[in-house]
Design a protein around this ligand. Structure first.
Ligand code: NAD
Ligand code: UGA
Length: 465
């Protein structure tokens, strides 16, 4: 099938950048990204490209060339579905909050809703592409929903999981290690596979397009995230041992990573991994394993998440111990709210959990992040406190202890502790030595990303040393 029109449902961190790159590389294809969130669509269409809902280096430049030429953002979902020969599903698939699988399984409500809608309004055959991260065998479920709700139209379902990382999304989309496409081994399955392959071949070398069964593609995405997160938990667990034994995690990471069988990526110790996917995808994997009665396998992967929680707690406790458990009215600066540098995304950021722990102990918190909007920071804190059953008067009181700043300098004034939680370049280049020399308080720095040279002052705690 020759693809002239693509529709992508979900204008989030994956849908937006991925479709922008497809539109840029395939000017002959008209790409429409739709979303039920009208405000988000408005933001994607905003004249000022600094107001896009997603911050990604390089994204603005691509949008300048494609938006309203062959890339469109709107909320007329049905029209976009009707016109498209190929529909990408890039909706969010969070961990279930209730019902069977609560706290572990992926919530497929958005996927099912989209599938029903596609089946209902489609008048011609279409290729459906799973872009969202989904449990293995979801394509089967999608097919059932499509079949039982359609009026005789046929659909082919492909799995094409996304491996981009936030902060480097555009670079990752252009220089993908691999593009993975899972299809059915039938004539129609192969035709659909060829249609999608011909799109990627516009900029991805043929040998990097990996073709598998649908089930392998779905599972490979979960397995990939689990393996990446496992490396971080491994190194973070060793950072605790380094602190006890006098070794340095930076030196240990380097020594391990120089073995080319291991490799040096994803061996950076941190306050714990954040982001919307690692925890969700591992919990989903754990759920799947338990579902197949593979309890030992499930327990093995669950430990990766447990160590991550341990690392976040360990960091909070370092600060609490430093103040001898007396944090009331202590002013503490949090440097960085996003879960990593170069993104405005704060989902599951370690900052949220560490800030909660200190607020509950009575601290006053100054926050600075170059990209995450203050509204978002406050809503993250409110949500985590509510989740911990803190509401009413106490909630208001704790929120009133938060101060958000527009620059580093102001956020550091009169603080007794500074927590570096995100590795923004701005924090790396800041003149910490001068700041410490001029400080009127006996300020202590807790560096969870090891970006400050520890030798510049006595009062620096670097994780894992
Ligand atoms: P997101 O929350 O940023 O965006 C999802 C969008 O889908 C939202 O804007 C939401 O309003 C929209 N949506 C949900 N249901 C809808 C419906 N029925 N109709 C129309 N719009 C609907 O999520 P994301 O970070 O882009 O992630 C999307 C998927 O991609 C997830 O499954 C995630 O695991 C996977 N993924 C994410 C990343 C990443 O870096 N964020 C990378 C790879 C894979
Ligand atoms: C991750 C994967 O890297 C992507 O391949 C995948 O597509 C994506 O999840 C997804 O499925 O959502 P992302 O979460 O955007 O991407 O960013 P990462 O660079 O993987 O960082 C995740 C977290 O791990 C961050 O909090 C980061 O600071 C932390 N991290 C990363 C470490 O603590 N140490 C490291 O060595 C690397």
């Amino acid at each position: 099938m020759r693809i002239q029109e693509i529709c992508c449902i979900g204008a989030g961190f994956v849908g937006g950048p991925t479709m922008a790159v497809i539109a840029h590389e395939c000017p002959e294809i008209r790409v429409t990204v739709v979303d039920s969130d009208i405000e988000k669509i408005k933001a994607w269409n905003s004249l000022d490209l600094n107001n896009l809902p997603v911050y990604e280096p390089g994204l603005k430049e691509i949008l300048k060339k494609t938006r309203n030429k062959n890339l469109f953002f709107n909320s007329d979902i049905d029209s976009a579905i009707i016109k498209a020969q190929m529909i990408f599903l890039a909706v969010n698939t969070p961990t279930k909050k209730d019902g069977k699988g609560k706290g572990y399984a992926a919530d497929l409500t958005n996927i099912v809703k989209c599938s029903k809608r596609i089946a209902k309004v489609s008048k011609e055959s279409k290729i459906i592409v799973e872009k969202s991260t989904l449990p293995v065998r979801t394509a089967e479920k999608i097919k059932q929903v499509l079949k039982s709700n359609s009026t005789g139209v046929t659909f082919e379902v492909l799995s094409n999981p996304e491996f981009l990382a936030e902060g480097t999304a555009i670079e990752d989309l252009y220089k993908s290690d691999r593009v993975l496409i899972g299809s059915d081994n039938t004539k129609n399955g192969m035709n659909a596979l060829n249609s999608l392959t011909s799109i990627y071949e516009k900029w991805i070398p043929k040998n990097k397009i990996l073709k598998t069964s649908v089930w392998s593609a779905e599972l490979s995405k979960l397995a990939s995230n689990a393996m990446l997160a496992q490396r971080i938990s491994s190194i973070n667990s060793l950072s605790a041992l380094c602190e006890k034994s006098g070794a340095s995690i930076e030196e240990v990471s380097k020594a391990i990573g120089m073995d080319k069988r291991i490799g040096n990526d994803f061996l950076k110790s941190s306050p714990g991994f954040g982001g919307s996917c690692f925890q969700k995808d591992i919990l989903n994997l754990v759920y799947l394993c338990r579902n197949y009665d593979l309890h030992e396998v499930a327990n093995y992967w669950e430990e990766v998440v447990k160590i991550n929680d341990y690392q976040k707690n360990r960091f909070s406790n370092k600060v609490i111990e430093y103040f001898d458990n007396k944090l009331i009215a202590k002013r503490i600066a949090i440097m960085g709210w996003s879960f990593k540098k170069n993104t405005n995304d704060s989902r599951e950021s370690a900052s949220i959990y560490i800030c909660r722990d200190l607020l509950i102990k009575g601290a006053i918190i100054n926050i600075y992040d170059p990209m995450v909007p203050p509204k978002r920071i406050i809503s993250d804190i409110k949500n985590i406190l509510l989740l911990n059953n803190i509401k009413g008067h106490l909630l208001k009181e704790l929120i009133s202890n938060i101060f958000i700043f527009k620059n580093i300098g102001d956020s550091l004034k009169l603080t007794e502790a500074i927590l570096i939680l995100t590795e923004w370049d701005e924090f790396k280049s800041y003149n910490w030595k001068k700041f410490i020399q001029n400080s009127t308080t006996n300020v202590h720095i807790f560096d969870s990303r090891n970006i400050i040279d520890k030798s510049i002052a006595q009062n620096i705690y670097s994780i894992g040393s």
